[in-house]
Design a protein around this ligand. Sequence first.
Ligand code: NAD
Length: 284
Amino acid sequence: MTDIRRVTVLGTGVLGAQIAFQTAHSGFEVTAYDIDDAALERGRATFAELVATYEREVDGAADGRASAALDRLTLTADLAAAASGADLIIEAIPEILELKRETFGKLNSLAPEATIFATNSSSLLPSAIADATGRPDRFLALHFANRIWTSNTAEVMGTPETSPAVFDTVVEFAGEIDMVPIPIHKEKAGYVLNSLLIPFLNAGVELAADGYATPQDVDKVWRIGTGSPMGPFQILDIIGLNTPYNIMSAGDERNRGFAAWIKENYLDQGRSGLAAGKGFYDYE
Ligand code: NAD
């Protein structure tokens, strides 16, 4: 068992709320920090929705375990209070490098020296943030996937400066919150998951946008040919089409062409994915 007892999560958005809730659901005392009362109000609503989701989808959660998790969750907009008693701080704030660096810089003066800092960043390498934390030996990436209660991988990735003992503690902690820990032995943009997923999704879009096969048939081939439950367009609908659109729009000319195809045929028709009720597919 690790020495980690009290965990603070920064950001109560999509991933931050899930990380905080999953950690509380696993028995830890959790402080969830966000910037102001309005953000905390949204966070509180998300936690209430997560109780219902866990009760539906997680074994044992309906026996009072999910609602008990709420009692272990404290919400605050006071960064000093959030940092002061934490053994581990997991950052899940917007994907903006300067914002993350500035936030870890502030935390360094507010948190005890022993506190471990982790970032959930999807696309930034931890070495781009490490020096700003003031404690690069106690800093690493701990990357969760959306829908943490079912897609329960936790990719752990340090920098060359991360202490091996800290790395091992965080791997063990990930197991303690019912994640499947995946140690990444060298820094890699995209970790394992996105290193595989993004080229796969792009290959699907390329086939459909270039007119070789419909999105539905691309998915069908993948499902039948590999036994996978979902093809690339089903996955894109779950992610939401705005994210791939934004990423592709920032790419080279060919990628910008794919972005235009998504915009013209789907986004402009209000088909932004599962959350909107329609994307490449129609949902109930
Ligand atoms: P989000 O926009 O849903 O939530 C961000 C939250 O951070 C909001 O509640 C916002 O109020 C808060 N915030 C803004 N400025 C802040 C500050 N200075 N200090 C503390 N909180 C602040 O974003 P998200 O999708 O949850 O992503 C958060 C992080 O998690 C990003 O680094 C992202 O790359 C990563 N991530 C996201 C996903 C995903 O599927 N959404 C998956 C894995 C990792």
